[in-house]
Design a protein around this ligand. Structure first.
Ligand code: SAM
Length: 266
C-alpha cells in the first residue's frame, strides 16, 4: 500500500523523514532482535515503521493524527499494534505492559522536552531509546559542565542514561524540510543513577532551582526552591561548593552532594 494521501499538519510537528541513509542509521542504533518489543512515537507515513517491524516481534505505534491512525489500522500488519492518541496524555503503565521496550522516534519537536520528562518518570519500561531531536536540544543533552548548553535537561538525563550521538541530520532529509538541523541520539539506561542523588524529588528540585536564573550565584538561586538562605549557605559549605558558583559550573557529582546536603535539611 502506498503512503497515505494526507494533509500535513504543522501543529503535530510533521516533518517526514525521506533519507534512506538516516533511516538505516536509526534502525542500526535501535539494535533490535527478533524477540524484542518496540515502540514508535509518531509513525507518520512510515519512514521507520516497517523497517522496525521487520526487526522485532512486536511494534506499538502511537499516533495522534486521525488520518494516519486510520491508515495504519487499515494496513493491519502482523505484529503491529496501533495506539491512537496524544502520547503525552496516555497512561504508559497501562499501555506498555510487556517491558522492556526499545523506543524509537523521530520526535515532533514541540513535545521533545515533555517526552523526556515522561520517559525519565517511566524509565523502567525502556531498555534503549533512539530519538531524533532538534540539534539545539540534542546539544543540551550532550553538554558538559561549563558549557552554555548545560542545563536542567542535561543534568536530569545524564544522571539516568549514557547518551551518545548517532548522526547529525540536515533539513533536506525531511519533507517538508524544517528550518533547523536535527540530531539522532541513543540513550542507554544505567542500572543505577550515575551519582548518588539520594531522594530523587529533592534532586530534581535542587537542579530546577539552581538553573532558575543561570547567571546568578547558587546562594541566591537556590532560595527559589523554597530553602532559607542560611540553609542554602550551610548546604553549599557542607558540599564544599563555593557560595558564588553558578549552576552551569557544577558537575553531576556536585549536584548530588548539594541535593544530599539540602535533603538532610528539609
Ligand atoms: N516517524 C515519521 C518519520 O520519521 O517520517 C514521522 C515523524 S514526524 C516528525 C512526527 C510524528 O509524530 C507525526 O506523525 C505526528 O503526527 C506525530 N505526533 C505529533 N504529536 C504527537 C503526539 N502528541 N502523540 C503522538 N504522535 C504525535
Amino acid at each position: 500500500m502506498s503512503p497515505p494521501r494526507h494533509r500535513f499538519k504543522k501543529r503535530f510537528g510533521q516533518n517526514f523523514l525521506q533519507d534512506r541513509s538516516v533511516v538505516d542509521r536509526i534502525i542500526t542504533a535501535a539494535d533490535l532482535d527478533s524477540e524484542d518489543r518496540a515502540v514508535e512515537i509518531g509513525p507518520g507515513r512510515g519512514a521507520l515503521t516497517e523497517s522496525l517491524l521487520d526487526k522485532c516481534a512486536k511494534l506499538l505505534v502511537c499516533e495522534v493524527d486521525s488520518e494516519l491512525i486510520q491508515y495504519w489500522q487499515d494496513r493491519n500488519l502482523d505484529g503491529l499494534e496501533v495506539v491512537a492518541g496524544d502520547v503525552l496524555e496516555l497512561d504508559w503503565e497501562k499501555l506498555f505492559t510487556e517491558p522492556p521496550y526499545t523506543l524509537v522516534s523521530n520526535l515532533p519537536y514541540n513535545i521533545s522536552t515533555p517526552i523526556l520528562f515522561k520517559l525519565m518518570e517511566h524509565r523502567r519500561l525502556f531498555r534503549r531509546l533512539v530519538l531524533m531531536f532538534q540539534r539545539e536540544v540534542a546539544e543540551r543533552l550532550l553538554a558538559e559542565p561549563g558549557n552554555k548548553d548545560y542545563g536542567i535537561l542535561t543534568v536530569l538525563c545524564q544522571v539516568w542514561y549514557d547518551i551518545s550521538k548517532v548522526t547529525l541530520v540536515r533539513p533536506g532529509a525531511f519533507f517538508p524540510p524544517p528550518r533547523v538541523e536535527s540530531m539522532v541520539l541513543v540513550f542507554e539506561p544505567l542500572h543505577q543513577p550515575r551519582v548518588a542523588i539520594g531522594d530523587g524529588d529533592v534532586f530534581r528540585r535542587v537542579v530546577k532551582a539552581a538553573f532558575a536564573q543561570r547567571r546568578k550565584a547558587l546562594r541566591n538561586t537556590l532560595c527559589s526552591g523554597g530553602w532559607e538562605r542560611p540553609v542554602v549557605e550551610e548546604a553549599l559549605a557542607s558540599a564544599s561548593i563555593d557560595q558564588g558558583r553558578r549552576a552551569e559550573t557544577l558537575s553531576l557529582e556536585e549536584f548530588a552532594h548539594l541535593a544530599q546536603a539540602l535533603g538532610a535539611r528539609v
